[in-house]
Ligand binder design. Structure first.
Ligand code: GLN
Length: 491
């Protein structure tokens, strides 16, 4: 029975797969096996997975089939096969952060986001490739090999959650988790033509997420539809006693599922005011991307929403502030990998200092070492005021820009990235050029805001995403606007 269904099986959204599981059109075991087979057959070309966990996946699927046989009402995520970025811990499964220094590290417990997904019956297929410790925009910084963009194998899938986005775009899973410190969910989602949500800082627990830059990191869903992103977000979000920066979001608890689109009977849309920041359309953006973004904004306007130009005056300093604050936090967070406590340890070294030096020198890749050095420098006595402290002041100004803008508008629309996916090898030798691909995403992390990327067009066969930014804890508005776009364009 399953064989004739395989193509469709791998194509389903969470909502569709759930309906079919409940109707017993296939079992959770059949669904899981079809994904594992597909990964086994086709991932050689994409290299989106670093590890698969078939035993874990099949035993969870079996459990869900028992629930279905007992005619229990199953949660939306029960029996749904997911992929997890290899920086988020899944108990008993290798977690490398795509680094040689954690090559043999087995996660001793589940990240809270993973635990919550498992409790809802989700099936974990495995762990996806990424830039080492989430540092990068192309997944070329993985210590274990690069991931290809499924839309064109010569192109990068974006990064750092490139494996999670490419796995989904290849139909190797129904949805995945990524992490976003400066754009790492939204940019690969944009490059791979899928939906990626970076939640409000604190909305999702970071417990069990290997830290890159703790004041910026958030876990979020990568999905085929905005509706699916909401389903995962609802499960993984909320206060967790194990992460003191996590909080509950009262507004979200009040929203209904699926969120009511504000469509009046005449098809017009009411009361969402959209702001377009003029600074995001200055130089540097590919004209073809700009046209796609402007056309999609026009669609909202034609649909009856009010669109006005706004200003976020400190936008031009966001990337510079990010590339001071982020490496400063990286240098502190990565101090723990010393060749002693855990991870790779250089053997036959004559003294302790050299154990540190050689383990870190060999265990970390070039980009990670570069950022540790940059961060250590900007935190050091004599430079702290000039760099770190100044960048923090800029961060406050960026936050204030958004706060002022949100007095006038409900949501902000921008491009996700100045270009579509670029060629493998094109930017890897020029770190500054690579950093420039984060120009439209980092301000959101600095300000702690929620933002999504969803596909709105293509340049040739390469997808382009639109970024929707909202006030803190107003993910509901983001879901609403995204679902409206999907309805408008019949995605
Ligand atoms: N590309 C950005 C960087 O390299 C963002 C990374 C991320 O969000 N993890 O820092």
């Amino acid at each position: 029975m399953v064989n004739c269904l395989v193509a469709e099986l791998n194509d389903l959204t969470i909502v569709q797969a759930h309906e079919k599981l409940v109707k017993k059109e296939f079992s959770a075991l059949e669904l899981t096996k079809s994904f594992l087979d597909r990964i086994f057959d086709l991932d050689k070309k994409i290299f989106s997975f670093l590890t698969t966990s078939p035993d874990l996946a099949l035993s969870q699927a079996k459990k869900i089939d028992d629930w279905i046989l007992e005619n229990r009402k199953i949660p939306l995520l029960a029996g749904i096969p997911l992929a997890i970025k290899d920086i988020i811990l899944v108990e008993g499964v290798k977690c490398t952060a795509a680094s040689k220094i954690l090559e043999n590290y087995i996660a001793p417990y589940d990240a809270t986001a993973v635990r919550r997904l498992k409790e809802m019956g989700a099936v974990i297929l495995g762990k996806t490739n990424m830039d080492e410790f989430a540092m990068g925009s192309s997944t070329e910084n993985s210590a274990f090999g690069l991931t290809h963009n499924p839309h064109d194998l010569d192109y990068v899938p974006g990064g750092s959650s490139g494996g999670s986005a490419a796995a989904l775009a290849s139909n190797f899973c129904v949805a995945s988790l990524g992490s976003d410190t400066g754009g790492s969910i939204r940019q690969p989602a944009s490059f791979c033509g899928v939906v990626g949500l970076k939640p409000t800082y604190g909305a999702v627990s970071r417990y069990g997420l290997i830290s890159m830059a703790s004041s910026l990191d958030q876990i979020g869903p990568i999905t085929k539809t905005v509706e699916d992103a909401k389903i995962i977000f609802d499960v993984i979000s909320g206060k967790d006693p194990l992460d003191s920066t996590s909080v509950d979001s009262p507004k979200l608890q009040a929203t209904s599922y699926p969120p009511k689109a504000r469509l009046a009977k005449d098809g017009k849309l009411q009361s969402i005011k959209i702001g377009i920041p003029k600074e995001y359309f200055k130089q540097g953006i590919d004209p073809k991307v700009e046209k796609i973004i402007k056309d999609s904004i026009k669609k909202f306007e034609n649909f009856g929403m009010s669109v006005e130009e706004i200003s976020l005056p400190h936008t031009e300093y966001a990337l510079a502030a990010y590339y001071i604050i982020m490496p400063s936090e990286v240098s502190a967070n990565l101090a723990r990998y010393d060749g002693i406590k855990y991870g790779f340890s250089k053997k036959k070294v004559e003294n302790l200092l050299n154990v540190y030096r050689e383990s870190r020198g060999e265990g970390f890749g070039e980009e990670v070492r570069r950022r540790i050095m940059l961060g250590t420098y900007s935190l050091s006595a004599g430079y702290y005021e000039a760099y770190y402290l100044r960048a923090q002041k800029v961060r406050t100004l960026i936050y204030e820009d958004f706060k002022n803008a949100f007095k006038k508008v409900d949501i902000i629309l921008t491009p996700v990235s100045p270009t579509p996916a670029f060629k493998i090898g094109e930017k890897i030798t020029d770190p500054l050029m690579m950093y420039f691909s984060d120009i439209f995403t980092t301000a959101v992390n600095l300000a702690g805001l929620p933002a999504i990327s969803f596909p709105v067009g293509k340049v040739g066969n390469l997808p382009v995403g639109l970024q929707v930014i909202a006030k803190p804890f107003e993910e509901d508005k983001i879901f609403e606007i995204g679902q409206i776009f999907e309805k408008m364009t019949n995605i």
